[in-house]
Design a binder for this molecule. Structure first.
Ligand SMILES: Cc1ncc(COP(=O)(O)O)c(C=O)c1O
Length: 512
């Protein structure tokens, strides 16, 4: 006679997932059937010998599988009456609620709205990818860095890291920032974070409640805009012109913070004038708003010395200064630093503690010796030389092959150029991007960083991750594709559009 609850396991043989030992796979398959409610409590599982035959495994394997299920309290085995599904597993058997139907929080709902970022790389299959991103690194750098990491791994304490950052790195940064950026600070005000991105998220927590107003420059860094919006801030933008942020257009009251890139506006490339810097500091003092200075790539200047940081002019401790190792080292390192105003340090430290208890120690310790020994600065100087070559190649090739079809702002800085088409319209831009993609050329439009599309379409062209030969090819492909998409009437033979000295150098006025 069949025992009281005996039923057969549905869909035998059980589908296995292929991960780990066969006994574990069989146990997982039965667990799933139980949790899906298809085997009520008290159900007797097939005899080990029978299931072994069905699954084509040894009996011993099924015995081990049943033991694993018993250890998880999903089944119980009694001498003589077989292995039964445990009673009272009701909660596990309730039908699955759809995780898509209700966002778990307002933050998640706000974050869901965003699609893929317009500056995210198109992917590795794009051969000539003019995306804005990683810096060039030579093999000598990797050798040095490997040695530093190995040495640091032997030295660091394996307990939790210091939440604020590795003390040696904070000290080394104080020296570096004073000499290179004019920022004089104490190590207690320097925090090591998981890149600028973490700094944005922590500052949002510390400074902004839902509905609080935050100001971004227009054009803006899309990822900052998304981060603050997802946090729940009311994000407003204020235009920039050839002197940087138009401070006169800042609201007279209300904003809690303004995020700026004064050394090299992202993405336009403009350097904020001293006049505007002082006006911005005065505005912050008057309105008691915070200025967040994102100094993301000031190390890369190809002419003259970089302008000192805005923070170096700050007499009222209103500026939060952010630096990153994503450009000078590499983005996957995920390390950056924040110089906090005195009054914000404790709150920032708490936010950092709740977020992650501190950044990984080995990388921080390795960086500390790299920065302290000034190898870091020599490495950056080499990068600047290499980047200057790449930038010049791209500019020369674009001028030679496109003449006045494309004008660009020559800002002598950074890892990208902004180029504006003189005769292409937005429909043409979409065709150009698609055509370029089909030839292996990755192009990135700049208009997603504006509230209203600029009158002429433009591109944000990263030149750091392609070598000179590839950059020449990229420029050639761009010219070839552009010729195909420009309306016939607008096309003129290339010899009529030979290079004409420096670029026209004026970004188009935002269309009204
Ligand atoms: C304006 C701006 N800020 C900061 C960063 C660096 O961000 P993170 O340190 O999170 O890599 C970038 C990198 O692309 C950037 O463009």
């Amino acid at each position: 006679m069949r025992p009281k609850h005996q039923t057969t396991v549905p869909h035998l043989p059980l589908p296995l997932d292929g991960h780990g030992a066969l006994a574990e796979q069989i146990a997982r398959a039965i667990k799933r059937v139980i949790l899906e409610g298809k085997l009520p409590g008290g159900t007797v599982l097939p005899a080990t010998r029978a299931l072994a035959q069905i699954q084509g495994v040894s009996r011993e394997t099924v015995v081990v599988a049943y033991e694993l299920l018993a250890a998880e309290q999903l089944v119980t085995a009694r001498q003589g009456s077989g292995t039964r599904v445990m009673e009272n597993l009701a909660s596990a058997r309730t039908p699955r609620s759809s995780p898509r139907s209700r966002p778990p929080s307002r933050f998640a709902a706000r974050a869901r709205v965003f699609g893929p970022s317009s500056i995210t790389s198109l992917g590795p299959d794009v051969r000539y990818n003019l995306h804005y991103g990683s810096p060039p690194l030579q093999s000598a750098f990797y050798r040095t860095w490997r040695r530093k990491l190995a040495a640091a791994a032997l030295q660091v304490d394996c307990g939790y890291p210091s939440v604020a950052g590795h003390p040696a790195l904070r000290n080394a940064l104080c020296d570096y920032l004073a000499r290179r950026r004019g920022v004089v600070t104490r190590p207690e005000q320097v925090f090591i974070v998981g890149g600028t991105q973490q700094a944005f998220a922590l500052l949002a927590r510390v400074l902004l409640d839902e509905g609080d107003c935050a100001i971004l420059e227009e054009p803006w860094y899309e990822i900052a805009w998304r981060t603050l919006t997802a946090h729940g801030a009311k994000v407003l933008t204020v235009p920039t012109d050839r002197e940087g942020l138009v401070v006169d257009q800042l609201p007279r009251q209300g904003p809690r913070l303004v995020l700026v890139t004064p050394s090299h506006q992202f993405p336009s490339g403009v350097v904020m004038s001293l006049r505007r810097r002082l006006a911005l500091l005065e505005w912050a003092r008057r309105t008691e708003a915070w200025i967040v200075e994102d100094d993301y790539d000031s190390e890369f200047r190809y002419q003259g010395t970089p302008p000192p940081a805005l923070r170096s002019l700050d007499m009222h401790d209103r500026v939060v200064y952010l630096g990153t190792f994503s450009k000078t080292m590499f983005p996957s390192m995920r390390l950056g630093y924040v110089v906090c105003p005195e009054s914000m340090c404790d709150d920032f430290l708490r936010a950092k503690r709740f977020a992650d208890m501190g950044c990984p120690s080995i990388e921080q310790a390795a960086l500390a010796t790299f920065v302290r020994s000034r190898q870091f600065e020599r490495h950056v100087e080499r990068q600047v030389r290499e980047l200057a070559v790449r930038r010049n190649v791209l500019m020369q090739e674009l001028r030679a092959s496109l003449g006045d079809e494309l004008v660009f702002e020559d800002t002598h800085a950074g890892m990208h150029l902004v180029a504006w088409f003189t005769r292409l319209d937005y429909a043409g831009l979409a065709r150009l991007i698609a055509l370029a993609r089909s030839t292996g050329l990755g192009l990135y439009p700049i208009h997603p960083s504006y509230t209203r599309r600029p009158r002429h379409p433009g591109l944000l062209m990263g030149f750091a991750s392609l070598g000179p030969r590839e950059l020449r090819e990229a420029a050639r492909l761009l010219a070839q594709c552009l010729r195909k998409v420009l309306p016939a009437a607008a096309r003129r033979p290339p010899e009529n559009r030979l290079p004409r000295g420096p670029a026209l150098g004026r970004p188009p006025v935002t269309a009204n």
